[in-house]
Structure formats: C-alpha cells, structure tokens
Design a protein around this ligand. Sequence first.
Ligand code: BDR
Ligand code: CA
Length: 312
Amino acid sequence: MVQNVIFDTDPGQDDAVAILTALASRELAVLGIVTVAGNIPLAATTRNALKLVELAGRTDVGVYAGADRPLSRTLVTAEHVHGESGLDGPELPAPSTPPRAQHGVDFLIETVRAHPEGTIRIMALGPLTNVALAIAKAPDIAARLKDIVLMGGAYFEVGNITPTAEFNIYVDPEAARIVFASGAKITVLPLDVTHRMISTPARIDAFAALSNRAGEAVAAMLRFSEAFDRRKYGWDGAPLHDPCVTAYVLAPEIFEGRSVNVEIETGSSLTRGMTVADYWGVTDRPKNAIWIRSGDADAFFSLLADRIGRLP
Ligand code: BDR
Ligand code: CA
C-alpha cells in the first residue's frame, strides 16, 4: 500500500539523500516538502529543496517554506559541515520552479486535516519548529497523524553539536518539547543508530557507479559533507543521519529499538536540547516514542543505492 508522507527538512546533504530516496520509491507518495531554518537559513533550505525535486524530475511535488527561526532562540546553523549553500559538492542548476505560496505550517495542517485519520506520516529531518507550530495551532492533527518519524536526539552517543545535544533538537528544544508532549506517535532515529551508518569510500563509490545524474550528485554531496565528520570522529567516513528516516519508513525490519519515555531539556545551558530517554525504564514516565538504537548498515546502504539508481 502506498504511504502518504510529508517531509519537514533543512537540506543539507543528508536531508537530500533522504528526500531523493523517497522520491524514487513507489511505496511512498510525497505530498509535499516543508522547509525549516536549520543547517542553513530558510531561504537556502528552500532553494535546496527546489533543486532536489528538479534533480529527481519531480517538480510535481510542492516545496513550502516554513519557519525562518526557532520558537524562541537565536538560529544556530551548520555551514561548517554542509558548506555555504548547505548542499555543497555537486553542481546543481538553479531551480526553475518557485516555492508554493502557502506557508509550510499551514500546508502541514491543511494536508493532515484533508486526509483520513491515521494516513499521513511526517518525516522530520531538521529542527522541529514547523511541526511544533502546526501542533500548537491545530492540536487535533497530533492524533490525526499516522506518526512522526524524526531524526534527532541521542542517548548512548550523547551529543554532536554540544557534548550532550544532537543538532536538530539543540537548535529548537522548545519545539521538540512540544512535539514529544503532543501525544502523536513518534519514532526517533537518534545518533545511536545514525552513527552506525557510515558512508565509507566504498559506499560512496557505489552511488557514483550508478552512473545516473542523481547517483553522481549523491556521491558528490557525501564526499563534501563527510570531510568534516571524518576529521571530527576519525572514522572511515561520516554518519549518514537523515536517510535513516526514509529507510525506516520503507524497511522498518532493518532497525531495532523499543518504546521509551523521552523528555527534552530546555532549562540548563550545559545540557540544552538533551534528549533524556528512559531507555532502561527507571522512571514511571509514560512512553511517548519508539527509540531506535541499531540498524543493519549494509542493508541500509543497499536500499539507498537501489532507490537512488531508479532516478534520472
Ligand atoms: C542532523 O543535523 C543536521 O546537520 C543533519 O542534516 C541531521 O539532520 C544530525 O545531527
Ligand atoms: Ca537535516
């Protein structure tokens, strides 16, 4: 059965691979791509999303600009990882289509309300500002969604932007807190699993060897974005974060996790944005998310290459 999905994203090379994989997958109907400020400011994430639908030959999929800053914090960006454009690496033509006129948050609300209950999945790949705004404006959508599958947070791996916080949650912790408290069904792909999905040279070469336009672009993106993490971690490549969300939606059997309680730290400056996951059940706080801890990296990269190979 075809699954309806909406991306909420800040592309970002790893967001790009997540989106391209979905656009290539017949099991998924991508109803729209909503952009948020995160890796880079909103104008650039929106421009990058437009470039991606063009690269995939899918300009039928609308791109909707959402929030240009976190709910109450100053925006923190990550050009040091993703480059000035946010999508450094391949030479992609300027987009020939504009974003849709509707605000991304309104698009989210309207689309969820226009579809039968339990049929829409939000795939969130950036700070959760838009999702939180949509839930705050239209609380009924939390229960109407099938679920929210998000890349963010960390428990065993702790932090990547601070010693205790993962980037997406750190940028807008108040938004994350609203989302985790909303009652929506949530699955989290944290650093605990994404740090197992390493884009080694051989795995990047496999994208280039597809010899289509998208495969070459993905290889060029990953060669650029892995340089920073390769130095930072000293690994044989970089963790490939956001495509874990698409892979989970397409093939949940390659991942493992459990239901836990997750709370977001917003008070402390030292642990701002920490995802306090009760993995061992030492509290009686209600379980509000499925926390994915591990996944099969070879199956993950094979799935991505197979799908990217179907694109122009
Ligand atoms: C997350 O932060 C961003 O830099 C990536 O796109 C990913 O969504 C990883 O911490
Ligand atoms: Ca992202």
